[in-house]
Design a protein around this ligand. Sequence first.
Ligand SMILES: [Ca+2]
Length: 113
Amino acid sequence: MNARWILSACLLPLVTGCISTHKTVVRDEARVSVTFESDAAARVFYETLSRQPNCGQQQESRTQFSIPVVLDVERKVVTGPNQAFNQAVARSDTNHDGVITESEARIFAGTVN
Ligand SMILES: [Ca+2]
């Protein structure tokens, strides 16, 4: 009787299975409207933007809850690429006129490694 009870207790997790949920939510914002003074300004800006480490998605928060063997729930919130673009525009357009000049783009390029 005792051995049967122990065996049942050991096999219970295998019978019940593990409920596992992993969800990623992308939180993004609209791109700000900006124009470039010249093609060179746009090229310098976009080359610099692509070199930034947080150019793509960036993890914002992570929530995890688990009961070993039975339940595993994970929820991640990541920011979309528009946030990096908007931050780059805010840093580049130093006089906030909505136009990025070549000199503003080169100054922005100098601030990114
Ligand atoms: Ca400007």
